[in-house]
Write a protein that binds this ligand. Structure first.
Ligand code: FAD
Length: 303
């Protein structure tokens, strides 16, 4: 409940407007967000990516946003993503660009999401950038997979994220046999009804490992996107880390663990976010791990 409460606070436009109108509050929250978000602008996102690349990490970039219902705003979001892809290509930066389909059309109309996805992925592929679809709440999973499959059926370069906590996911992965490209496996960030998902548990970690194994058996590259050290250890113990698996962690979360994995010679990718919606992203990170609230307060008072 606390998780959903924080996420709904994040979505309240009146609160967001208040934060934007109040420079002191805006400044404080921006300082707290700086741990998790590279900045408000594309330049800041790319700069963070370059710093990570120089240290030997691979990178993903996301322009933050979701649930955009206005078609013009969807076009604007896709435009920003295309500009990001173009700039990365120009700079010769190899990266993955991740996005929510509901940011570029799915919340308005599936056809729009499909067209934008196709346009974006063609552009990205021409420039050697890897397009990657994020996964959203379970009410949208089927539609996201349908749009993804339509675009990926003839392009094995488009990746997709699957959530281990959803009971449907093993079947969804089986249904992707022969379609599309790399798979990112996450536990799942959304609070879901008990009928459709399982919570954080041994059973979830077990299912997560089965999904990694099944995706590898399909011949795919797999991103193990988690900060759960026990799970990462289990992947390493099975010998998968040298066979098509990379570890992927969110910017600002467990950088110590990312560094340790890299120092041990494992491929590690860091997921960098940027955009004016940094406030939404900060609330999400606190909602999913409430001790981050104390960290945010410490960041604000400059500890
Ligand atoms: P958990 O069991 O939740 O956490 C394990 C440990 O990791 C915790 O005990 C803590 O030490 C640390 N930790 C976890 N979260 C935090 C945090 N916020 N701050 C500080 N420490 C933390 N979810 C989706 O639903 N759709 C997506 O498309 C998606 N994309 C993702 C992409 C990447 C690269 C990553 C890493 C995550 C993504 N997620 C996505 C989020 C994911 O579903 C989880 O909510 C998130 O990764 C936390 O779960 P966990 O696997 O780290 O394990």
């Amino acid at each position: 409940q606390a998780t959903e409460a924080l996420k709904s606070i994040a979505r309240r436009q009146d609160l967001k407007a208040h934060v934007e109108r109040t420079p002191a509050l805006n400044g404080l929250l921006r300082r707290a967000a700086a741990r998790y978000v590279a900045g408000a602008t594309r330049e800041e996102g790319i700069e963070a990516a370059r710093r990570l690349l120089a240290k030997g990490y691979a990178v993903s970039l996301e322009y933050i946003g979701e649930n955009t219902t206005d078609a013009a705003e969807c076009e604007a979001a896709a435009g920003e993503m295309a500009a990001l892809v173009g700039e990365l290509g120009e700079l010769g930066i190899t990266a993955r660009v991740s996005f929510d389909l509901s940011h570029i059309g799915l919340a308005a109309d599936d056809g729009l999401a499909y067209e934008q996805l196709l346009r974006l992925t063609r552009h990205a592929r021409e420039l050697g950038i890897e397009p990657f679809v994020s996964m959203e709440e379970s009410a949208k999973t089927g539609r996201i997979l349908d749009v993804y499959k339509r675009a990926a059926i003839s392009d094995s370069g488009i990746g997709i994220t699957l959530q281990a906590h959803l009971n449907r996911t093993p079947g969804d992965l089986a249904g992707l046999e022969g379609i599309g490209g790399p798979i990112r496996i996450v536990k799942g960030a959304y609070q879901e009804p008990a009928e459709v998902a399982i919570g954080r548990s041994e059973a979830l970690n077990e299912r997560y490992l089965q999904l990694v194994e099944a995706a590898l058996a399909q011949g795919r590259r797999v991103s193990v996107a988690t900060h759960d050290e026990a799970l990462i250890e289990a992947v390493i113990a099975r010998g998968w880390a040298s066979h098509g698996v990379e570890f992927e962690l969110l910017y600002g979360i467990r950088p110590d663990l990312a560094g340790k994995l890299k120092a041990s010679g494992y491929p590690v990718r860091v997921y960098v976010t940027y955009g004016e919606e940094w406030y939404l992203y900060l609330c999400h990170r606190i909602a999913e791990f409430p001790p981050n609230l104390y960290r945010a307060l410490a960041d604000v008072v400059g500890e």
